[in-house]
Each structure stands twice: as C-alpha cells, then as structure tokens.
Design a protein around this ligand. Structure first.
Ligand code: AMP
Ligand code: MG
Length: 544
C-alpha cells in the first residue's frame, strides 16, 4: 500500500540543491518512457520515477556524507530531506533513471539485469570538488525489476547503511550511504525461499558514489553487439571518472588504444586494492557477481556479506552459495581476477588485440600477490620482506589460525601487545582472548604456536622499529571494531521492535574502528554461541 501522489511531491523548498546527470545527458537512453519490465536495447538507461511511499521518516543520516554534499543538520532532519530520500519528492533538475547492465551470476552469464530497485537521482558537486551520484535503493520498480517489487526491507537497509559506512571508516574503498529512511509501508519477503513469506518494514537507503557503473554495464553492450555504445560508455567512464587519463575521443587511433589499456590496468589495480582491503579487515562480500563489481573498485551491493569471526578461509555467509562456496573469504582474489577476465572479454570487442590485455592481467596477478604479502606482513608489524622465510612465517600463522577457532580481529589486535624481548612462550597468553576454546587447545598446537612465536620474535628483533612504534603501526591496520554479523543482527532485531539504541551505538562506534573505545567495549567480543547458527547472524540469503 503506497501513498497516492500529492502536491508535496512536486513543491520544493527553496535552497534545495539542483542536480544534473552526465550519464543521462551524454549517453543513449531508452526511448520508451513507460515504467514496465522489459529488455532494453541500444540504450544505457531508462527513465524511472520513484513510487511514492506512505510515511517517510529518516532513521539514520551520515554526518560525513552530508558534510561532503554541503547538507547541514537542519536540512537532514527536515521532512523535506525524508521526502527527497524516499523519492516522494525529487531534487530540482532531477529526472530519475535506472541504469542498464548485465552480469555473470555465480559464474553463469545472466543477461540483462540493471537497476531493478535502485533509482538514480543525478549528481551533485561535493565540497572537495568531486562529483557524487545519489541513488535510492528500494524506491520502487523500474524497467529492470524483472517482476520483483523494487523495494528493500529494513533489515537489509540497515546492513547496507552500517556496513558501507563502517567500510569507509576502515579505509576500504566503498560506496557510501547518505541516509536510511523508513517508508511506513510493509514489504513481503520470503527470507529463506522456503515458502514462509512475511511482511517486513520497508526502507530506502540513499547510496552515494562518484559512479555506479559496473563491469556488467560493459559486458551487456558487448554481449548484445552494441560496439558503438560500448565505445561511448568507455569514453564516458574515462572522462568522467578517470579524468587524469587523456580523453580517448581526442586521441588518434593508436594512442586511443593505449588510453583504453591504461584505463583497464587501473581498473585491475583498483579492484585488487579493494579485495586486499577486504582480506585485511576480514570482510566477505558474498555475491561477487560481475554486476556487483564497480568500475572504480568500490565495494558495492551489500547483500549477504559477512565478517570473519573465527578465521576460516572457507567461510561464506551466503546460503545461496552454500554448495559451491564460490564467494568464500579465501577465494575472493581469484574471483576478482575471474571477473576482470570477463570485463576484459567485453572490452576486447573494442580493443581487438588480446595480447596486451593478457599481459595486463598477468602483471596484475604479480602485483596482487606482492601487495598481499606486504599487507599481511604489515598486520604482523613487519616493514621489510625477507622473501621465502616470511612466506613461510605467514603460511604457518594462517594454518594455525584455521586449526582451532580463533577470532581474527581479536587475534591481530592483541598480537600488537606481544613484546619480542620477553619469552616467546608469552605469545599464547597475550592473544588468549582470541581463542573460542583456549582450554581445549591440543598440546601439539600449543607447541606449534611456540615454535612460530620464536621465529616471529626473532624476526621482530631483527627490525629497526621499537615496540611502541610497531604497536601503533599494527593498530592502524588491524581494526579494533568491525561490524560483526551478530552485532548487526542484534541491532536489526531491536530496530524491528522500534528500539534504535543499538543501531545508533554501532553507527557511532564505526566512526573510529582503529581506536579502542571504552564506551563500546562490548563490541570487542567473540561471536556468542547463540549467533553460531542464527539466521541473519551467520546465514544470509539474497532475499532483501
Ligand atoms: P543483487 O543480487 O542484489 O545484486 O541483485 C541482482 C539483480 O536483481 C539486480 O538487477 C537487482 O536490481 C535485482 N533485484 C534485486 N532485488 C530486487 C527487488 N526487490 N526488486 C527488483 N529488482 C531486484
Ligand atoms: Mg547487485
């Protein structure tokens, strides 16, 4: 039951910023303007107005994103803001639209997907000179909804809002969240696809990013044989989002190909840097389909993602992927590479010669492997790389962590307290809090840890850094706060009953993830037993 159209939808408070959209103005759009599900050919977007909601109320808004956009507190707390962030009103200048893209889902080409429940409002200039696009997720159906309702529920919107903001403050490349608005309407969802559909509160998140273009945008053009449009999209992306590269349209043919290659190389690097950051903080995306891969290397589409509690490279939070575990923690770099190959295949329609593309992908693999080692050594407080012996040090540690349930976040955070001038046997007591069952540790594992601690202590003593400096360095890469699955789930369960206190607490704790925050000490804790097999806390589906 959606609200009917009223005059407040079109009357805009003076001073509300005017938006525009280069994507819409410069790229080919769908000539059909009616909003019904269909295949869209030879166009990169379709006009799609948000469907009004009954009673929009702002539940959360990001102080930092609103500051980037020059929105003050008064505006963000106004009814006008809630109306804009739910799609009940549109910004001056805005003609909302949905983008067309395709993608590989779980390794299979899925054809046209597109913004089925995301509606773009246009772009605004940020205070730092960047251009930022605003997009409402859950604002109603579009031509790309494929029979679904275009809506989102509170539980998935809280997960998107909190996690994208948490990731940003962790230093992980990501789309942002400006707001989370309750719609006042209910949405029917079958959370486990088992026939038990339930009404849930509806919500809308306003996502913000320099661009929402995905690998799947390019892929669909290539699959449909729309070579000219593919070229146009490549040129547009380079000019709009990679402005440090020359404008391909102004280059001679040979130079133009070089620009495309430099661009693809940069896309590879950014994708790799994003995955490296995930591996550092223990984030599992859960649905690394090519339609969920941002061309800017931003984490996008927070669905059945999860955070590593006990270190287990085999883990995936996504029940839809439980069989093959394609998107498990330890396989994310390989999947990113597979996805880059799919993007490369699409670009080859324009680039034609596969050899330089292949070389970029091979160089990228070497780059990633080296960067991964540097990142992992930094988690141990090591600033140099001794090659094979360090590889062995890392491999043995990861094997030890996986041997018995060990909390990844707590382990690395506590490791910073290990003083190599004291006996190496101290290591286990320093990190004891990380073990789920410290008393059940077998003697053999105990002994292996001691051997590792000895090697590690020797290695630390060989570095020039003093204890305090190293500790500061380690605490800057090993977070104290991550958005543990069970914490988000608890906050959601309270919010569904109208108690937002935990939501607000998490929204505050995530601002300083590398700082030990005494007032939030309860968030630095291993997963409780109840959360081990609880829906939402350990098992998530794509239903959102
Ligand atoms: P995801 O698995 O969230 O990446 O979504 C895959 C595709 O399904 C995208 O094209 C989404 O826009 C679309 N989609 C997901 N949920 C909905 C929904 N409730 N209504 C319409 N489209 C949806
Ligand atoms: Mg998606």
């Amino acid at each position: 039951m959606a609200a009917t159209e009223d005059s407040s939808r079109t009357s805009i408070v003076p001073g509300t910023p005017t938006v525009s959209s280069r994507y819409m103005n410069l790229l080919p759009g769908d000539e059909q303007r009616a909003n019904y599900a269909r295949q869209v050919n030879s166009a990169l977007y379709s006009i799609a107005a948000p469907t009004p909601v009954s009673a929009p109320t702002t539940l959360l808004w990001s102080k930092s994103v609103s500051a980037d956009l020059g929105f003050d507190r008064k505006f963000c707390e106004s009814a006008e803001f809630a109306a804009l962030m739910s799609g009940n009103k549109t910004f001056p200048g805005s003609e909302p639209f949905a983008m067309r893209y395709g993608g590989h889902q779980f390794g299979q080409w899925a054809g046209q997907l597109g913004d089925g429940r995301a509606i773009n409002l246009g772009e605004l200039a940020a205070s730092d000179g960047r251009v930022l696009n605003l997009q409402l997720k859950g604002a109603g159906p579009t031509p790309y909804s494929r029979g679904a309702d275009g809506r989102a529920v509170l539980r998935s919107s809280v997960r998107e809002y909190l996690c994208s903001e948490a990731m940003f403050h962790l230093g992980v490349p990501t789309t942002r969240a400006l707001s989370l608005v309750l719609t006042g309407d209910e949405v029917l969802r079958d959370m486990f696809y088992d026939g038990n559909a339930q009404q849930e509160p509806g919500a809308i998140v306003c996502r913000v990013a320099p661009t929402f273009i995905r690998f799947g945008h390019f892929q669909l053009c290539a699959y449909r044989g729309e070579t000219e449009i593919l070229k146009q999209l490549m040129d547009h992306t380079i000019v709009a989002d990679f402005p440090h590269l020359p404008n391909p349209a102004e280059c001679a043919e040979a130079q133009r190909r070089q620009v495309y290659l430099r661009w693809f190389e940069e896309v590879c690097r950014r994708t790799g840097d994003m995955v490296l950051a995930w591996m550092r903080v223990g984030f599992v995306h859960g649905v690394m389909n090519t339609d969920n891969m941002s061309i800017l290397g931003l984490t996008i589409d927070y669905g059945p993602y999860g955070w590593i509690d006990d270190y287990n490279p085999e883990w995936t939070p996504n029940t839809t992927d439980a069989q093959g575990r394609r998107y498990r923690f330890g396989q994310q770099a390989d999947i990113a590479l597979w996805n880059l190959y799919q993007l490369a295949n699409a670009l080859l329609v324009v680039l034609e010669d596969p050899d330089p593309v292949q070389k970029i992908l091979e160089d990228y693999q070497r780059y990633y492997d080296a960067a991964w080692t540097t990142m992992m050594l930094s988690k141990l407080g090591l600033t140099t790389n001794l090659g094979e012996s360090d590889d062995a040090l890392l491999a043995e540690l990861l094997a030890l962590l996986a041997e018995q349930e060990t909390d990844m976040t707590i382990f690395y955070r506590k490791l910073a307290d290990f003083d190599p001038s004291l006996p190496a046997s101290d290591l286990l007591s320093v990190v004891e809090e990380a073990f789920y069952a410290p008393d059940a540790m077998p003697q053999e594992l105990h002994a292996r840890y001691e051997v590792w601690a000895n090697t590690y202590a020797t290695r630390l003593r060989g570095e020039a850094l003093d204890y305090e400096t190293r500790k500061t360095n380690m605490n800057a890469v090993n977070p104290w706060f991550v958005l543990r699955n069970y914490l988000a789930q608890e906050a959601i369960e309270h919010a569904q009953k109208g108690d937002y206190s935990m939501l607000y607490a998490l929204d505050e704790a995530l601002l300083n993830p590398y700082v030990e925050q005494a007032q939030f000490a309860q968030f630095f804790a291993k997963r409780p037993e109840w959360a081990r097999h609880r829906a939402g806390a350990s098992m998530l589906s794509c239903s959102s």
